[in-house]
Design a protein around this ligand. Structure first.
Ligand code: APR
Length: 320
């Protein structure tokens, strides 16, 4: 059976890490596409040589030519610019919107059957624009944010409870910005919801509130520490989990920025909600009941995404 083909549109920090994971996890062959000359080819060569040590046989190719992504099963999009200290994700809108147009057209022309995972920020607006520009079916275009934000929440909770991260389940919904919604009621340690763990005296409401706040600002904390760019290891791992669920038809239930047509009271937009990812792409949007506070916060987050969509429409009339 032919190996899967994974096109990485953008071969910067996340793109390179994605290619490494594709090799290590034997997910298939990877094409590293970028507008930068030389760099994608250099990374492909370096990573191929890493394969000689690690024992993976993935064919890794660097390119500046969209024709090389032809027939891709999955496209993971990181093209654009990342944040610098002091910037919000929203500050990237204007420049990254132009990039989404070029990328959307490239995918439409060369890989229209692919499952497309967008990582470029500001995520919810960019994945929406990418779907419009590419014209691909909405179930085949998703945004990666919820898996990452949930992983951050999970890590902080595992530290707080001093338990294995494997036993922590979390849900972070809404837009991928400061208004994201870590849903405490649906987050558990081995099935025990956080509110029960507070009652059991294992932690305090104050500590959980602080973790929720740190999760919301999790990306910014890393931008500040790195000083020159944004997180890339966890974002890459998160997108790979989504690609893996699609390629292996695992039907994992993951929080992703998905196209909504009435679910959660949202119509005609992308926002982070739990979805099942299988061989058809997004196969189901899972509607969980949100409690009063989470519902209120979710709405604030949705409104923030809508504002960004309006800003995009102002910048590119084809989106209006
Ligand atoms: N087409 C293809 N690649 C492009 C284009 C384009 N039109 N414009 C820029 N790029 C490439 C850059 O040359 C660069 O190599 O996108 C790559 C982005 O890589 P990095 O700058 O290292 O950024 P990275 O950390 O990978 O983040 C990428 O993901 O999480 C988000 O906010 C982050 O929007 C950012 C994106």
């Amino acid at each position: 059976m032919a190996r899967s083909k994974i096109a990485l549109i953008g071969s910067g920090m996340i793109g390179g890490t994605l290619a490494h994971l594709v090799g290590l996890k034997e997910l298939g062959d990877a094409v590293l596409f970028d507008i930068a000359e030389g760099m994608p080819k250099g990374k492909a060569l370096d990573l191929s040589q890493a394969g000689a040590v690690e024992g993976y046989d993935a064919v890794l190719k660097g390119t500046q030519d969209y024709a090389d992504i032809a027939g891709a099963d999955v496209c993971i999009v990181t093209a654009g610019v990342p944040r610098k200290p002091g910037m919000s994700r929203d500050d990237l809108l204007e420049i990254n919107l132009k990039v989404m147009k070029a990328v959307g057209e490239g995918i439409k022309a060369h890989a229209p059957d692919a499952f497309v995972i967008c990582i470029t920020n500001p995520l919810d607006a960019m994945v929406w624009a990418l779907q419009k520009f590419s014209g691909l079916p909405t179930n085949k275009v998703v945004g990666m944010a919820g898996v990452l934000d949930s992983a951050r929440f999970k890590h902080f909770l595992a530290e707080e409870f001093d338990v294995s991260v494997e036993d922590v389940t979390t849900f972070v919904l809404g837009g991928h910005g400061d208004t994201m919604v870590p849903v405490v009621e649906y987050s558990t340690v081995a099935g025990i919801p956080i509110p029960d763990l507070i009652k059991m005296g294992w932690t305090s409401q104050g500590k959980i509130d602080a973790i929720v706040d740190r999760t919301r600002k999790g990306g910014g904390e890393i931008v500040q520490l790195l000083g020159n760019g944004s997180a890339y290891y966890a974002p890459a791992s998160s997108a790979i989990a989504m690609a893996d669920s699609y390629l292996k038809d695992k039907r994992r239930l993951l929080p992703c920025a998905a196209w909504l047509t009435g679910e959660y009271g949202c119509d005609g937009m992308y926002v982070g909600v739990p979805v099942i990812i299988g061989e058809e792409g997004v196969e189901k949007v899972v509607e969980i009941e949100l409690g009063g506070e989470a519902q209120k916060n979710f709405q604030v987050s949705v409104d923030a995404v809508k504002e960004l969509m309006e800003a995009c429409k102002g910048l590119d009339s084809s989106l209006a």
